[in-house]
Design a protein around this ligand. Structure first.
Ligand code: GLP
Length: 251
């Protein structure tokens, strides 16, 4: 099922097809702009997407030779930790696809360099031409990147404190290792400047927060709700995350 308006496209696909559908969205962008700047999130959600990219690349079917990658968040002070978002992304996507450091706009994580490094990161993002397509996950509390509830729609790249629920949810990824409770994230204002945003959502646990983000009035309590202001928003959900596809507005 798909509905489209000029600014919002919604795709709901069976779970087994979800990774390939996400890869097609990236491929369509690379067909237009081979050197596009693409935002890539970490987390459980994008795993089938990244697995599909590795498969396509392995078979020589992905035009991955030029595109550049923008990180959307990382943990503060995690530069040396093997569990940080940069290392995770390197392992899952960057190395397998042959994307070297020169093509990655890496989120700064050194506490001693803050907040100057965040302003410098924003400057570099402009210099790199801005983000063409930003993939984002959806936090259980509606956060996007690490913009927790309460984040302003015009916020910029900055240091944030993770709230309890997020820290608890993310601790699982660190498997008992020390996890910083502060992070660095693209701001919602920075995210909204992207030429297109693709919100990735999988699983029944995200269905209520997805429904609220798209249908309830926009509120800072649900950061994902501001994504409706995007220049172009693509939502890619599996049928578990959007079981009542008909409730979403049609063009
Ligand atoms: C994390 C990350 C986000 C991610 C989100 C959803 O805290 N900071 O970038 O998109 O939460 O994670 P998951 O896909 O594992 O549910």
């Amino acid at each position: 099922m798909a509905f489209e308006s000029t600014r919002l496209q919604m795709h709901v696909v069976p779970a087994a097809e979800w990774g390939a559908a996400a890869a097609r969205i990236l491929e369509a962008e690379l067909l237009l702009r081979p050197a596009a700047l693409i935002g890539l999130p970490t987390g459980n959600t994008p795993q089938p997407f990244y697995a599909e990219l590795r498969r396509l690349h392995g078979e020589g079917k992905l035009a991955a030779g030029q595109f550049r990658v923008l990180m959307v968040d990382d943990y503060l002070g995690a530069g040396q930790l093997a569990t940080n978002s940069y290392h995770w992304l390197s392992r899952e996507v960057l190395r397998p696809l042959g994307i070297g450091d020169g093509r990655v706009l890496r989120m700064p994580t050194d506490p001693a360099q803050m907040p100057v490094a965040c302003a410098e990161f924003e400057r570099q993002l402009q210099q790199w031409g801005g983000c063409d397509l930003m993939f984002l996950g959806l936090g259980p509390n509606g956060h996007v990147a690490f913009n927790e509830p309460g984040s302003g729609a015009s916020s910029r790249t900055r240091v944030v404190r993770l709230n309890e629920a997020t820290a608890r949810a993310n601790a699982a990824y660190w498997r008992g290792a020390f996890m910083p409770h502060e992070a660095v994230t693209l701001g919602l204002g920075t995210i909204l400047e992207s030429r297109a945003i693709c919100l990735l959502v999988r699983g029944a646990a995200k269905s209520e927060v997805l429904r609220a983000a798209l249908l309830e009035p926009e509120t800072p309590d649900l950061p994902a709700s501001v994504l409706r202001r995007a220049r172009r928003l693509i939502v890619l959900a599996d049928t578990a995350a959007a079981p009542d596809a008909d409730i979403f507005p049609h063009a």
